[in-house]
Ligand binder design. Structure first.
Ligand SMILES: N[C@@H](CCC[C@H](N)C(=O)O)C(=O)O
Length: 283
């Protein structure tokens, strides 16, 4: 039997598996079973909690002096992901509850580098680190660099951003309602990014305020995506032509997140994290 904790951040839900000394080989098939909503525990992703010094990848192990704990993130389909914004907050909540970190600010290791997390009155805020427009030249010239076609929909222009993991953001044209999008299948992306991308569909709500739905790579539609919320806010800010440091409110089906551009082309994501259940599971 293996211990687990179930948690979520704005209803992006995860199964956390503590493997502090790195003795567990978590296979894609085991991840799929844990994440299965009918035959398993259910989750958008699985997070193995492991000391960074025991990470399999050399590039992650090299982060051990800077961060004791590694968020080993897997999508529900068993694939690895570089980063998960909502996952970092749930991971932080777990580390604090278990006494594995102390203090109100600490670092964690991810496949996209070391992230700094701080406790806030509403939950946690994580510095997602540096982000970039995937094709800066094309984006600055045309305002977008790729096309996205939602299932049963027409192709629409999109902007690709790298938040450690890949995103494509669509500002919905007039006449297409966010609620009516069919996200039961992955949107098509042209040209198709190597390794795929998470796709965010955005509707403006007011100044500094958007709502979005997301189709996550390796999962399907989810009720929230933290890196996706950051990508959506940053893309909308880019399109607005006013690239200042004001915070953005991002409404997702599972709640509300705050995205704040930081100096040095970095960005902070803030929101809640809940741990809802603990138990034992057969892998
Ligand atoms: N839900 C996450 C992102 C998880 C990884 C993503 N599906 C990918 O493959 O890049 C978030 O909150 O950022």
């Amino acid at each position: 039997m293996t211990r687990f904790t179930k948690g979520h951040g704005t209803e992006n839900d995860f199964v956390l598996v503590p493997d502090l000394e790195g003795t567990l080989e978590l296979t894609p098939a085991q991840v799929q079973r844990l994440a299965d909503r009918h035959a398993g525990l259910g989750g958008d992703g699985v997070i193995r909690v492991v000391r960074t010094e025991h990470a399999v990848d050399d590039s992650v192990r090299a982060l051990a002096p800077a961060a004791e704990w590694f968020m080993d993130y897997r999508n529900a389909d068993g694939s690895l992901a570089e980063m998960c914004g909502n996952g970092t907050r749930v991971f932080a909540a777990y580390l604090r509850r278990e006494g594995l970190v102390t203090g109100d600010s600490f670092t964690i290791a991810t496949r996209a580098g070391v992230k700094t997390i701080r406790v806030t009155p509403q939950g946690y805020a994580v510095n997602l680190g540096p982000w970039r427009l995937t094709d800066e030249e094309g984006a600055r010239r045309d305002g977008f660099d790729i096309m996205v076609r939602p299932h049963h929909g027409k192709p629409v222009p999109a902007l690709s951003l790298d938040l450690g993991n890949p995103h494509a953001v669509v500002m919905l044209p007039e006449g297409i309602a966010l609620e009516n999008l069919d996200l039961t299948e992955a949107p098509e992306i042209h040209p198709a990014p190597t390794g795929g991308a998470n796709v965010e569909f955005v509707r403006p709500v007011g100044p500094g305020h958007i709502s979005m739905r997301v189709h996550e790579r390796g999962v399907g539609e989810t009720r929230s995506c933290g890196t996706g919320a950051a990508a959506a806010a940053l893309a909308t800010r880019f399109w607005s032509g006013v690239e200042d440091d004001r915070p953005w409110t991002v409404d997702v089906p599972g709640g509300r997140l705050t995205v704040t551009p930081l100096p040095g082309q970095c960005v902070e994501l803030a929101g809640p994290a809940e741990l809802v259940a603990d138990g034992d599971v057969t892998l």
